[in-house]
Design a protein around this ligand. Structure first.
Ligand code: ATP
Ligand code: MG
Length: 477
């Protein structure tokens, strides 16, 4: 269906307002020191926006809105000589965290002439812990961080005490807070921002979403994701070699992805060696017609080997769980996931021994999670982290607060922190990428089977137990 330009552009576009410190404190304006930077060429204004949806209005959800475009503003709110910036990293490791730290330090120092930059150690608790002091950072200390994995500031889970954190920010005189972390960290950042606003503190808060799983919505992708997909290839190649070299060999690779299967999906599409990709967004079945065992049996007959990729959040409903395991949580209150790879390997071995007791069969299970998480960012993620960090700096220097900087449809934008903290990014199993996975792997359509089973249960009057389904619901909110 053709859509005329008029139809597209006549739609009113609503620009999402971004919190600004002058929402609750009197305005203060200072010239941007980048005026004197010979490499700098343009400032952005309130009229520079990034469309949330670039599809025609008829295809994208209403109302149509846009975000402010990220970049330097002509007038700034924080005079650089008065800035005391704090950087903190929370949650799990992710390639690129150190690059973001480096570029925050170097960007603040070189672009704006800020000299007081501090690293908060070991996550949120580092703000108030008496065991550690904030570490002064400068470009010399930070110069090679982009070549190092992990986070030089250290990280942790738990330890979120709102009052103590904001008291510490006040006591130490920080007026810019850069928070790098995943979904939990962003929820914490929203609370810190709200508390700072209610205390009317002259402090900017920016979130930099760190999620290797790419499970945060609105932004195009999160940093570390591309590095993870690239590193996953090594595990898939190894699984393929192991499977090919055995009689009836199965290579099984577990990849990161608790609530979303993006890494598994992208790794499968880029590898071409994967026979079946299992993700949390699609329930799968082991036994019976259209189940995983039947599919593997067929692949072994045809090919002699098979490679399976499974995201860590897939199949959690199938793994038997004791009552205590159902209640188990990590330090941040997240449900603990059981190892789907170990369970799948064991189920495959039991099935084969039952069905083909006299035939050789080997399952080689590879879990590259810690190897992937620990590497430094690849070239493309390093560039991405640089743009993220610089976008965050420009926004906070201009007085914006309670926001996230990130790419939306290829352009860097400022998005309210609250929106990002609640935005999920599940794999769309109706779109072409998932169809393409089905096509390159020839794996069964487990969704079809699910409908058959539900119909059967309804027709036969059997109650459908939710059981461990609650586990997923609680995790996915
Ligand atoms: P990832 O899961 O990608 O490793 P994450 O940021 O989700 O990263 P969590 O361990 O869940 O990791 O949370 C990190 C920090 O955020 C912890 O200090 C935790 O206490 C805090 N946090 C998590 N959820 C919330 C919440 N709802 N409100 C306030 N703080 C939170
Ligand atoms: Mg998380």
């Amino acid at each position: 269906m053709a859509v005329s330009c008029k139809e597209v552009f006549m739609e009113p576009i609503h620009v999402k307002q971004l919190p600004h410190i002058t929402d609750y404190l009197p305005p203060q304006h200072f010239p941007n020191p980048m005026d004197h930077n010979p490499y700098f060429f343009t400032y952005l204004t309130q009229n520079d926006v990034v469309l949330r949806h670039i599809t025609p209005p008829t295809l994208s959800p209403s109302p149509h809105f846009a975000y402010l475009r990220a970049g330097p503003r002509k007038l700034i709110h924080h005079p650089p000589s008065e800035v005391r910036a704090a950087i903190v990293t929370c949650g799990g490791l992710c390639p690129g965290s150190n690059t973001v730290i480096r570029e925050l330090v170097v960007g603040l120092w070189d672009l704006y002439g800020v000299r007081l930059i501090f690293g908060i150690t070991a996550g949120y608790r580092g703000f108030y812990s008496s065991a550690t002091e904030p570490i002064p950072l400068d470009p010399k200390i930070a110069h090679d961080l982009h070549r190092r994995g992990g986070t030089v500031l250290e990280t942790s889970r738990g330890g979120f005490d709102l009052r103590k954190i904001v008291d510490a920010i006040q006591r130490r005189g920080f007026n810019q807070v850069y928070i790098i972390g995943g979904d939990g960290t962003m929820r914490g950042a929203v609370k810190i921002f709200d508390e700072i606003r209610s205390r009317k503190m002259n402090v900017g808060v920016v979130g930099i979403p760190k999620t290797v799983d790419n499970d945060i919505g609105i932004i195009d992708r999160s940093f570390g994701f591309q590095t993870a997909v690239e590193m996953a290839q090594q595990a898939i190649n190894a699984a393929h070699v192991e499977a090919e070299s055995a009689v009836n060999g199965v290579g099984l690779v577990k990849l990161m992805g608790r609530s979303t299967g993006h890494i598994a999906l992208y790794a499968t599409l880029s590898s071409r060696e994967v026979d079946c990709c299992l993700i949390p967004e699609i329930d799968f079945y082991l036994e019976g017609k259209g189940g995983l065992f039947e599919f593997i049996e067929q692949r072994l007959k045809e090919n002699g080997h098979a490679v399976l990729v499974v995201a860590e959040g897939a199949g959690q409903d199938l793994i038997p769980r004791s009552d205590s395991q159902l209640k188990e949580q990590d330090e941040s209150g997240n449900p603990v996931f059981l190892d789907v790879g170990v369970w799948l390997k064991s189920e495959l071995n039991k099935w084969w021994a039952r069905e083909h007791p006299d035939e050789l069969f080997t399952v080689k299970y590879i879990d590259p999670t810690y190897m992937i998480r620990a590497v430094h960012a690849n070239a493309s993620d390093n560039l991405y982290c640089t743009l993220l960090a610089h976008s965050a700096i420009h926004g906070i220097m201009a007085g914006y607060t309670g926001f996230v900087a990130g790419p939306v449809n290829g352009n860097y934008a400022y998005i309210p922190l609250e929106d990002v903290a609640s935005a999920k990014n599940p794999v769309n199993t109706q779109d072409h990428k998932w169809s393409w996975v089905r096509s390159v792997t020839n794996q069964p359509d487990f969704e079809d089977r699910k409908e058959d089973i539900i119909c059967y249960l309804i027709i036969t009057g059997i109650n459908i137990a939710v059981g461990t389904d609650q586990f997923h619901k609680s995790y996915n909110g």
